[in-house]
Ligand binder design. Sequence first.
Ligand code: PHE
Ligand code: ZN
Length: 846
Amino acid sequence: MTATQYLADWRPYPFAIAETRLDFTLAARTTLVRSAIDFRRTGPGDLVLDGAGLKTLSMTIDRRPVDPALIRADQEKLIIPADQLPDSFTFEAEVQIDPEANTALEGLYLSGGMFCTQCEAEGFRHITWYPDRPDVMAPFRVEIHSDKPVLLSNGNPVNTAPGHASWHDPWPKPAYLFALVAGDLRAIPDSFTTASGRKVALNVWVRPGDEPRAGYAMESLIRSMKWDEEAYGREYDLDVFNIVAVDDFNMGAMENKGLNIFNSKLVLATAETATDGDYERIEGVIGHEYFHNWTGNRITCRDWFQLCLKEGLTVFRDQQFTSDMRSAAVKRIHDVQTLRARQFREDAGPLSHPPRPDHYQEINNFYTATVYEKGAEVIGMLKRLVGDEGYRKALDLYFDRHDGQACTIEDWIAVFQDATGRDLVQFKRWYTDAGTPRLSLTEEWANGKLVLNFRQHTAPTPGQAEKPARVIPIALGLIGPNGDEVLPTTVLEMTEERQSFAFEGLGARPVVSLLRGFSAPVTVAREMTADEQALLLAHDTDPCARWQAGHDLALDALIDRTRGKAGGEALIRALGGLLDDAEADPAFAALCLSLPGEEEIATTIAASGAVPDPDAIHAARRGLVQDIAEAHEVALTRLFDAMAPQGPYRPDADGSARRSLRLACLGYLGRLDDGSRADTLFTDAGNMTERQGALEQLIALDRDADALARFAAEFRDNRLVMDKWFMVQPLRAAPEKAVARARALAARPDFDWKNPNRFRALISGLTANHAGFHAADGSGYDFLADWLMKLDPVNPQTTARMCSAFETISRYDTGRQEKARAALRRIAAMPGLSRNTSEMVTRILA
Ligand code: PHE
Ligand code: ZN
């Protein structure tokens, strides 16, 4: 039985910590952890410490033994009654832990012979007894004894000698930001001088031999440090900044103070092994973790319900960083695509929750698209409402007022209110209410006057039936019938359920360019003709709205085709115009050429109240690709050739724009040339972007045997590249072959399923193959369930995250639903199922 945690139950911790001292003697099976914590009473109550799976050798308070009977192993707590405690005291403990047995990758574990830690959210309790909650902050001193050559922890190094190192972190921090690394590592060293002249030593630590692959990560770190000074006035605050790459990691990366730990796939890159997308993610995530130093570390969260306080803000900051480093328009469109694909999907199903949830069973299940990406969108809206200057003032006040504190969303909203004078009571609903509002628009036109009637509606979500109106910033413009912009971007503030806005003195009826810059995370319902969509696609001045128009045009055509109707003529015509001047903006052309994915088509059909048929959707999309290819063969061929590489590979915006357009053209041309261009490109390409693109095309055309074998022979020893090999096969296989392929791959000896990257590569490759995963016979569901049951006892966190593949099942036909539910019930019935997976399965089945 697992207890639910409630936001309403939060109480202040009754002690402050003056200093935490830790001493590690590392050994794979028997690591000894000695701790000394200086407590001072600040309020009434017992001393409650968290500990999980610890072998406790001794515990004392001011050197007097603590009765081991006070350990409540079932609750993973040690509770020392208030009357046994002086007002100030030192708690000391000696515990033994087993890093080698730690396959869950929470706490201290081994990855390829290297000791490393992961403590967010509640990993520190697997290391020693401690108040493992984010509002208890302390400076740390750490001693490490080990024969590993490199011994790292947070803060500044105090002493290093062979076999021993000591570290001091003067900045008070919660235990979730603790980190330790010990291994045979090599550094890419560099340095950065801050605006106020402090010289910081920088290192990216990798395994011997990987040094040539870590340069881009270092460059990205330096760009991040500079950007945070320029954009937010935030300087780094220690003498050293270390980044370590590890192969076994549940998530992307972790912002431990002064010692970020990264999944190696977000550090290591060369042109031959990493794609443009990989490079962009590396830069973005290096930035993200670095930016946490202020938004997360210097100012942290009071409790885990406030997770979006640090994550939403830090995602928003990393998005700003990427748009400054690359193309702002392309970045925004990519972010909108991800938000829709992941967060709207989450919000439309049984896992829907607000950016600030008010209850959970397992906090690891709340590192979600809603907390991260919607959390960032909410800040984007706030910025739009208070303006750039108001935003800067509010952020300055936030850093000023809350430095060194553990804060709440209320604190965050208060700085905006205090800095700008704006009342944000209604705005706060974006944090507390779940669900994606649906914004409908109807228009009235007469005598040069256009009236826009808006209505907002949010469907009920689990536990929240009532959905009061929210503040919705609606950025729009008007485009005249000749393509001229007759109204530049204007922001309307909608606060009621229904609201109308009028525009007068217009010559001819314009087309509304709605939700410019994607000004609010809402879905839109409006009637538009294909001609109106084509007009916006040709003339809109806002890249987001312009792309959206083309996307809607394609989506409508695809949905018509799933219903057996003709569709796509207007799209095909519009694409003709776009292809003619695609060279002026290759990234935009590539975005328009990538038709909506099958998952999104299914979502749109479901939102209209119909039942999506995965096979019909697949066929419709394939048919449209074929028709576009045939209609535009000449232009596509010309562009494919024109976008051939010029000079050496560079992972920048311009180069990746050209490659994305080239691969988009290849996706069509492959349907006409039977894969011969893909074959040639696969052999000749000098970079992984084109290589992988060609390989995916060959798999889709079922002409992959030779290429796959060559790829595997070449990259056998590179785990990250082999992850791609495992991922693209089930992802791009024809639906009827996807499960069988996944099954064959899972039987290979190099399917190292205990490694989260490898597991996710194969399994998410399959679940992202929409018609393949949703095979009518339920084989996709069974395959997933079997593997989730196998992984759960080993790694509950990764297992639970992957349960979300089931979150959309209720939109499909009863046959599929029953098969998916049976698979989920099988998981639910497994003896010893983890709290993580149990919570996910229960919520999905509810
Ligand atoms: N805090 C990390 C980030 O967003 C994510 C993370 C959470 C990593 C939990 C590991 C474990 O940057
Ligand atoms: Zn983060």
